[in-house]
Design a protein around this ligand. Structure first.
Ligand code: PEP
Length: 247
């Protein structure tokens, strides 16, 4: 039974295009550091590491996710990966619409919505990313941009069980800069008012680290984080998980 009132707290790590087989020890160290976490803990390694990591983490509390999937179930799409393949390799989640995919591959919100349906069909929970650029924020159109992305990226049927939203200001990703608590609170309140299911988990992402995690998790409406760089080391990501548990 899905709890539609209380969002599930989640610490999700996005390894991006980082990690060789030798780094699986970091995932194992993370699993040892949080054997029974009171929050969801998720790692999204490159697709090449999903299956061996699933094997290495079997029986642990750390779940796995992909970083993207194709719209189609299978077929002539060289280099792409289908949602069912991610699930088959051990993933329970998939990140969709990350700003790096929107920028590097020209992904549109309409494509994200189509991918969402494919992810759900494969039994995956989607983590849909949205966020404004520095120019958007300077021009005072943050809520307008985030609202438009939310509306266009969510397919019909999105709910707290199948979809997580990650608010990730583009300018905060990998930059060491974070919005003020008031700015994060404003966007999260806006998202909470506009998501189709008020129980949806709303993550913040962008330069979260062990030093700022507790302050970010104290912001009203923040249910966890999508973490890039600081998820690569178990000691750092473990500290972020601990901060979320304590929040
Ligand atoms: C991300 O890529 O989703 C991200 C939040 O990266 P970082 O934590 O490195 O800013």
């Amino acid at each position: 039974m899905v709890d539609r009132v209380t969002p599930r707290k989640l610490a999700a790590g996005n390894w991006k295009m980082n990690g060789l087989a030798a780094q699986i020890v970091e995932a194992q160290a993370l699993a040892r550091a949080c054997p029974k976490p009171g929050v969801g803990v998720l790692l999204c390694p490159p697709a090449t590491l999903l299956a061996p990591m699933a094997q290495a983490l079997a029986g642990s509390a750390v779940a796995l996710g992909g970083q993207d999937c194709h719209v189609a179930e299978k077929g002539a799409h060289t280099g792409d990966i289908a949602a069912a393949m991610l699930a088959d390799a051990g993933a329970s989640h998939v990140i969709l619409g990350h700003s790096e995919r929107r920028a590097d591959h020209g992904e549109t919100s309409a494509q994200v919505a189509a991918k969402l349906r494919s992810a759900w069909k494969a039994g995956l929970t989607a983590i849909v990313c949205l966020g404004e650029t520095a120019e958007d924020r300077a021009a005072g159109r943050t809520l307008q941009v985030v609202g438009a992305q939310l509306t266009a990226s969510l397919a019909e049927g999105a709910d707290a069980a199948n979809t997580v939203i990650a608010y990730e200001p583009v300018w905060a990703i990998g930059s060491g800069q974070t919005p003020t608590p008031e700015q994060i609170a404003e966007v999260h309140a806006f998202l909470r008012a506009h998501v189709p299911d008020a129980g949806m988990t709303l993550l913040y992402g962008g330069s979260v680290n062990p030093g700022n995690a507790a302050a970010i998790f104290a912001i009203p409406g923040v249910d966890g984080a999508l973490v890039g760089g600081a998820s690569l080391k178990a000691v750092d990501f473990g500290a972020i998980v601990a901060a979320l548990e304590a929040a």
